[in-house]
Design a protein around this ligand. Structure first.
Ligand SMILES: C[S@@+](CC[C@H](N)C(=O)[O-])C[C@H]1O[C@@H](n2cnc3c(N)ncnc32)[C@H](O)[C@@H]1O
Length: 248
């Protein structure tokens, strides 16, 4: 109904399940009802709706400079009694500054934000995360990877609809650039794969609190080992049988 009159900033197909899918990524990363969440670019509360329902009162904060979108979400999507009981908070700053809420957040969420944000804006979000989150906080974000086929975005401005623009658009960033920016801030990036909306999820944590990752050899080396090793072992065993050798 809302989408018939105005572009909401996100596709209308699977609007409901798309919001729920964001909640499942947060749950898998350890979200609890008492977790404090900062939803950067929360829009019309596609994920906010589910998060506000799930979280305890006062635990959800959203940043959205397109204030008409938040108003739309609060007045038309979220139930009035839930709003009163859960007391979500919002801010309209355009610099991703989470310090306005005077909280230390357990989770930052930026869904379909790095698919529009410039590199300067992504740096602002990472710095905001460092300033305003707990030591073991998780930053969940999505992006579209640049490659030889799809250009890396180098301009300085937001690309897509916002409080300043009605022109839709999407951009891409190199994963290696994101990893380098995170490494500069002692943050570790773990790719979580692609969701049903073709968004690539990343989980970002402080180095000190990131779970130890198993050492993995490159894919080509693993393939080689899997194809060559069994043959080599069998051949060695056969030689031993032939010559009566024993190994100690
Ligand atoms: C593609 S929408 C995604 C909305 C929401 N995260 C969701 O999943 O439905 C991007 C949102 O980011 C907002 N946005 C644009 N510039 C922003 C800025 N500088 N700071 C925070 N949000 C911004 C837009 O107004 C828009 O609502």
């Amino acid at each position: 109904m809302l989408g018939a009159t105005e572009f909401l900033g996100v596709p209308l197909e699977q609007f409901e399940s798309g919001g729920r899918e964001q909640l499942t990524y947060l749950l898998r990363a350890g979200l609890n009802p008492h977790s404090k969440v900062c939803d950067l670019g929360c829009g019309v509360l596609r994920a906010g709706y589910w998060l506000i329902h799930f979280l305890d009162a006062g635990c959800y904060c959203g940043i959205e400079p397109h204030t008409a979108r938040v108003k739309m979400g609060l007045e038309t999507i979220l139930e009035q009694d839930v709003r009163e009981a859960k007391r979500p908070r919002f801010d309209g700053n355009a610099t991703f500054d989470a310090s306005v809420f005077r909280e230390r957040f357990d989770f930052f969420l930026a869904y379909s934000i790095w698919t529009h944000a410039s590199k300067r804006q992504i740096r602002l979000m990472l710095d905001s995360f460092l300033r305003c989150s707990t030591d073991d906080a998780v930053f969940l974000t999505t992006f579209l990877p640049a490659s030889w086929r799809f250009q890396d975005y180098v301009d300085d401005a937001w690309r897509g609809t916002s409080h300043e623009s009605t022109v839709p658009g999407c951009i891409r960033h190199r994963l290696s650039w994101i990893q380098a920016e995170c490494a500069l801030r002692e943050l570790l990036v773990s790719p979580l794969g692609r969701d049903t909306h073709e968004q690539y999820w990343l989980e970002i944590r402080r180095h000190a609190t990131a779970p130890a990752r198993k050492r993995r050899y490159p894919y080509w080396l693993r393939c080689l080992l899997v194809s060559v090793l069994p043959g080599a072992i069998l051949a060695k065993r056969a030689r031993r049988r032939t010559w009566g050798l024993r190994s100690y």
